[in-house]
Design a binder for this molecule. Structure first.
Ligand code: ADP
Length: 493
């Protein structure tokens, strides 16, 4: 792990940057710009005094006002009338030199200025001070003023003040830097601690053992993250368990057709060997079961591909009625062994277009489930008909123990099995949990509607609907298949 990119160091560094930026800001405004602010302040102070005198010019107390302003603000204020009479109040102290200045050049500057007001800074060498002067006129007419007014004020030497500030700033700044190194380390620790904690716990996620310790005072986002990770971890553990279970169940699932093959082979040997008709029938079941076995193996391997939509369907028009009765006849042995009858009510010659072998498997899986979970009536009903909307509808119904509403939405998931199943169903069977997920994938690939209705203790009905193939559009699937092929070829080129 790159230490310098760790959350702790980065949070700490960001705090430091903020503190340094704030110190720099303070330095600029408080120390570097201090002389400028001071100049502005003095200018403002003088302009205020001028404003006070100007507005009260015609009052009887004007002299007192001028005196008190000069006294309060420690200023030199001089009024010069157009006839050269003048009057001044000097509260600057030791400012003899100002009294001596001839103001006529200032009056000229005032007259020549754009606004009628001038500001000047100059040095009083005797007093070793800078002086700020404002000159203006009083009256409404600039060309015929009542009087000229000059206000002088010292600009105190602020160099020493700034120096003191600077020193103080260096000391305070250094102390703050040292302090913030620790404070920001503390903060960064506090902020990053839960993230580091979760990160450490998350390392156990692949094993499905994630267990982060979350406190009440932890950040909301951290709590949510921990929740999400726990959920993911649970899912991983669950699918891991399911996979393990699947491995142990798969042999069981494969054994079912094997048992049937064995049973029929024995039957041929012991009973039907000499009866060509029966033997043919039983041999057919053996062949069908062998086919199913191999297709089951292929499907287990292909399931993930199928679900990713990678496998291509081999679409062709076919007689679904015939295919269904073919699948149903494979369950004759179940009647023979367990007394469960599969009752088929199918309209003849219903044609659809689809992948024959995949749809055969759908039908087989649905009937097989119904037989497996059949109820005490030992009956499974298989129906094929055209419904009111003109769709071909296939239904498998049993009167077994059914599926609870909580489980119903999940039965189509891969490896999903209703766990708390009582062992009372007729053909005690450990399912793999992939039968319905194959059904779902195939039907979705075909674009057929499908579903399941069930209530506990009453039984279940599984169905799918496919568009019927009339003679008119009979050719269509082959055409579209051809089209698909062409597309594929084009893509390859
Ligand atoms: P499995 O190989 O376990 O039967 P499926 O994917 O075919 O796997 O079915 C998933 C689950 O749905 C089964 O474990 C079972 O609990 C439930 N299920 C499927 N069909 C029926 C049915 N006809 N009656 C009751 N439960 C059923």
């Amino acid at each position: 792990m790159n230490f310098f990119r760790s959350i702790k160091v980065r949070v700490w560094a960001r705090f430091e940057v903020v503190v340094i930026a704030m110190l720099a800001f303070t330095y600029i405004f408080l120390i570097a710009m201090f002389p400028m602010f001071y100049g502005w302040m003095k200018t403002y102070e003088i302009s205020e005094v001028y404003e006070d005198i100007r507005t009260n010019w015609y009052s009887d107390d004007i002299k007192q006002i001028i005196e008190s302003q000069a006294f309060d603000k420690k200023m030199f204020i001089e009024i010069i009338y157009p006839d050269n009479r003048s009057y001044f109040v000097d509260m600057l102290g030791g400012s003899l030199s100002i009294r001596m200045i001839s103001k006529s050049s200032f009056i000229n500057s005032v007259n020549n200025s754009d606004t009628g007001t001038i500001y000047k800074t100059f040095r009083d060498e005797k007093e070793n001070n800078s002086i700020l002067m404002m000159g203006s006129y009083i009256g409404s007419d600039r060309n015929d003023p009542e009087a000229y007014i000059f206000i002088f004020n010292y600009l105190q030497p602020i160099g020493t003040t700034v120096q003191i500030f600077q020193r103080q700033f260096y000391i305070v700044g250094l102390l703050m830097m040292i302090l913030t190194i620790f404070i920001s380390a503390l903060f960064s620790n506090k902020i990053s601690e839960p993230i580091i904690r979760i990160n450490n716990s998350a390392k156990t996620l692949p094993q499905g053992k994630f267990d982060a310790k979350i406190g009440k005072r932890d950040y909301e986002e951290i709590k949510q993250l921990a929740g999400t990770l726990s959920e993911a971890s649970r899912e991983i553990a669950k699918s891991d368990d399911l996979r393990r279970e699947l491995m142990s169940n798969i042999s069981h699932d494969l054994r079912t057709p094997l048992t049937m093959i064995k049973a029929y082979a024995e039957m041929i040997r012991d009973i039907s060997g000499d009866n060509p008709e029966k033997r043919e029938k039983h041999l057919k079941v053996i062949i069908d079961e062998t086919d199913r076995l191999s297709s089951l193996v292929t499907d287990i391997l292909d399931l993930s591909k199928l679900q990713a939509g990678v496998t291509e369907l081999n679409i062709e028009a076919f007689n679904l009625s015939e295919n269904i009765s073919g699948v149903v006849s494979r369950f004759d042995i179940v009647k023979y062994n367990d007394g469960i009858t599969v009752d088929l009510q199918a309209e003849d010659n219903i044609r659809i277009s689809g992948d024959i072998s995949k749809l055969d498997q759908v039908v087989y899986n649905l009937i097989n489930n119904a037989v497996t979970y059949a109820g005490d009536d030992n009956k499974v009903f298989v129906r094929l008909f055209k419904n009111d909307e003109g769709m071909v509808r296939f239904e498998v119904e049993d009167h077994g123990e059914g599926i609870s509403p909580e489980n119903l939405p999940y039965i189509w998931d891969r490896y999903y099995k209703v766990s708390e199943r009582s062992a009372t169903h007729k053909r005690a069977k450990m399912g793999s949990g992939i039968g319905l997920s194959i059904v779902k994938s195939v039907l979705e690939q075909h674009g057929f509607k499908y579903g399941a209705e069930s209530s506990l203790g009453q039984g279940s009905k599984f169905w799918f609907e496919a568009p019927e193939l009339s003679d008119l559009n009979e050719k269509q699937p082959e055409e579209s298949q051809k089209h698909k092929l062409e597309l594929k070829l084009q893509k390859k080129q």
